[in-house]
Write a protein that binds this ligand. Structure first.
Ligand code: SAH
Length: 239
């Protein structure tokens, strides 16, 4: 898989992709993440990419010219399955959406800034708009990193058995059960006996029951009619 990200602040995306699981995924060649500086597609001396909003009001708007130039430059090199704009008014990111996007080959993500991007970019270049939640960030970079992380960890080979994505919250429509590690007794706070029993069947049943209880307590909506489950199976043989 390849993920291209267009931003006015490329440095903001350095860290999220330079550590741990996301770095290893790239080192293993399972995903290629390429960040593009929108200012490289500006044609003026100041390398500016934003201007005042027509009709007035506070806040600058990312202009269609540099954005279209960048998108068209990238599209001339490969076909993108989706061109995504990170936006608080987009579809809210879910595990099902991450699963679905993890099956794609090439994704292009545009990060907004300031007041957002010229509406004509959204109308003519964007295939999908995604929000990471009902709050407003200063820019799309952190949202793009969240989206990319949720997708990349699902690619086959990225996680090892110990961190398998299939047992994570939402994947089967349930929250994950509680987990424990050594010591078995800390200040008298004991690990549930069943987990020390070595009995796989009992442990599995306990975990399932805990997952169901936790979901009932914290997210009863996940049991509701039409509640979204994990949806599409994560990962595929594409890369
Ligand atoms: N004026 C816009 C917000 C602009 S915030 C509005 O009210 O809808 C600047 C940029 O940050 C946006 O263009 C978007 O790319 C990004 N952003 C902010 N909040 C986000 C969220 N919840 N999910 C995804 N991207 C977000």
């Amino acid at each position: 898989m390849r993920i291209d990200i267009i931003t006015v602040l490329p440095r903001l995306l350095d860290s999220p992709f330079s550590h741990s699981i996301l770095k290893r995924a790239q080192d293993k060649g399972l995903v290629e993440v390429v960040v593009h500086d929108l200012r490289d597609y500006s044609t003026n001396k100041q390398k500016s990419v934003d201007d005042y909003a027509y009709g007035g009001g506070a806040g600058m708007v990312l202009q269609i010219e540099p954005v279209s130039r960048c998108i068209e430059h990238l599209r001339a090199q490969r076909t993108y399955n989706e061109t995504i704009y990170m936006s608080p008014d987009g579809e809210t990111l879910s595990q099902g959406m991450a699963n679905e996007l993890s099956l794609k080959q090439n994704l292009l993500i545009l990060c907004g800034h300031y007041k957002g991007v010229d509406e004509r970019v959204r109308q003519h270049f964007i295939s999908r708009e995604i929000s990471i939640g009902d709050y407003v960030l200063s820019g799309g970079e952190l949202a793009a990193a969240v989206l990319a992380d949720s997708i990349i960890r699902l690619l086959p080979g990225v996680l090892n058995d110990e961190t398998s994505a299939l047992s994570d919250s939402f994947q089967d429509g349930l929250l994950a059960p509680p987990v424990y590690s050594r010591p078995a007794d800390f200040r008298g706070w004991k690990v549930p006996e069943v987990l020390l029993s070595g009995h796989e069947g009992k442990i599995e049943a306990w975990r399932h029951q805990q997952a169901v209880e936790r979901t009932q307590q914290r997210r009863p909506d996940l049991f509701g009619e039409g509640a979204e489950s994990g949806g599409t199976k994560p990962g595929s043989t594409e890369s």
